[in-house]
Design a protein around this ligand. Structure first.
Ligand code: PLP
Length: 430
């Protein structure tokens, strides 16, 4: 069963949760002086309108018409009741998923890529640089920059560059230049290559490379696919649509579930609902952030100031972190291999509005296969983490005979990740 909104129902505003924080976010600190960084400093790498959104306290922020026009290529995205999965689990719970895999790049990431490309364009920027893990973010930015005539340069974590040639091809098809990171284009990259010519790379290293390039040239800016406040803001279109879709059904979720790499798809779905928990309208909703045991940022990390990248080019930000030099093992959910998490998400986790859990790769793929065999869609390995938690919650409901409503974010499809599923099916997944 599907709830489809018409294009007239496309939200016209994003939701900014900042005014609902229990206390103001701890400010980013200058890595040298340890003094709060003024937003002006961020203008070295981001354009004006993005910096404005990064620090905005306005609850509702209008979505520009030009952005809505590109969104309309695939939005509003469907909300689907996973009836076959419910049957297979024999659960009294209802399981719904918001499906972000309908976007042309196949994930939620273009929701922010399109907005960022637009704001850079109107600020006179000529080229965007970025990093990408599994390739979803790079392909989303490559896709988005096309609409606004910007160049796009992507540093792709080498482990994924080698494992996932199709994502690289997709980026090149959409006109981007793609380099395996660490690369020899930058000082940061060369440092790691000297230590190990086969260095698998990490998101942290790739971020250092992309920022270094943006700092070198005035008409080049940097674009980040997760973690920052403005990225989470753009992603709230997911939750705003989902809320409207559930209203049409006359229901409200008891559980809201999403996988967490940097936190953007989770926050995008969760924040519009989290507001109702904070205001006391819906105090009992449970929010579950799901991560891999290989990169357990929320469940095992420390809440402290740390760098966003590996080399230390970014300001220090207060977040749950495994340490900026943490290099996670090359798991297939490449989009979840980040040492930190979004400061907004971390603040709400710290204040216990959100819960977190971690799963290992095999149980995640097993959940992904069950989902594919019941609901038809092959989930991205990242999204399969959310599928796994939704299944576990539904089984808990079965045990307790509870008819709860579970909503999870199916953040993307896994059709570029079939070799990972192949390894799972052959029983050779580590
Ligand atoms: C990038 C990605 C993620 C992880 O990033 P978040 O910012 O945590 O959402 C999750 N799922 C998919 C499909 C992705 O492409």
């Amino acid at each position: 069963m599907k709830v489809l909104l018409s294009q007239d129902d496309l939200p016209r505003v994003w939701f900014n949760i900042s005014p609902y924080l229990p206390e103001p976010l701890p400010p980013p600190l200058d890595p040298v002086t340890r003094e709060p960084v003024s937003p002006v400093k961020l203008l070295d790498i981001f354009p004006d309108p993005i910096v404005e959104q990064e620090v905005s306290q306005e609850e509702w922020i209008p979505i520009p018409e030009e952005v809505l026009q590109v969104y309309a290529l695939w939005r509003p995205s469907p909300l689907v009741r996973a009836v076959n999965l419910e049957r297979a689990l024999d659960t009294p719970a209802q399981i719904y998923y918001k499906y972000e895999g309908v976007s042309p790049p196949g994930s939620h990431k273009p929701n922010t890529a399109v907005a960022q490309a637009y704001y850079n364009k109107i600020s006179g920027v000529k080229r965007l640089t970025t990093e990408t893990g599994a390739g979803q973010w790079g392909s989303s930015l490559a896709f988005a920059t096309q609409f606004f005539g910007l160049e796009c340069e992507v540093y792709m974590v080498r482990a994924s560059y080698n494992q996932k040639p199709y994502r690289r091809i997709l980026m090149e098809l959409w006109g981007a230049k793609v380099y395996p990171s660490p690369s020899d284009n930058t000082k940061a990259g060369r440092t790691f290559l000297e230590r190990d010519p086969e260095h698998p790379g990490s998101l942290g290293i790739a971020i250092s490379e992309a920022i270094e390039r943006a700092l070198e040239d005035k008409s080049t800016k940097y674009s980040l696919g997760s973690v920052l406040n403005h990225v989470l803001l753009h992603q709230t279109i997911i939750g705003l649509e989902a809320k409207r879709q559930m209203e049409i059904l006359g229901i409200y979720p008891d559980y809201i579930v999403g996988c967490v790499g940097g936190g953007s798809n989770f926050a995008g779905l969760a924040f519009p609902f989290l507001k109702d928990k904070i205001t006391g309208d819906k105090p009992d909703t449970e929010f579950w952030a799901v991560e891999p045991t290989a990169c357990p940022t929320l469940t095992k990390g420390e809440y402290r100031y740390d760098y966003g990248d590996t080399v230390g080019l970014t300001p220090l930000i207060k977040m749950y972190t495994l340490g900026a030099d943490f290099v996670p093992p090359p798991i297939h959910a490449g989009g979840l291999r980040y040492h930190g998490d979004a400061p907004l998400l971390c603040a709400f986790y710290h204040h216990r509005y959100i819960k977190a859990c971690a799963y290992d790769q095999k149980e995640v793929f097993s959940a992904g296969v069950l989902f594919a065999r019941t609901e038809g869609i092959v989930p991205a390995p990242e999204s399969a983490h959310a599928v796994k938690k939704a299944i576990d919650l539904a089984l808990e409901c079965k045990e307790k005979k509870e008819k709860k409503i579970i909503l999870f974010n199916l953040s993307g499809h896994g059709y570029f990740d079939l070799s990972a599923y192949d390894s799972y099916l052959k029983g050779v997944l580590a």
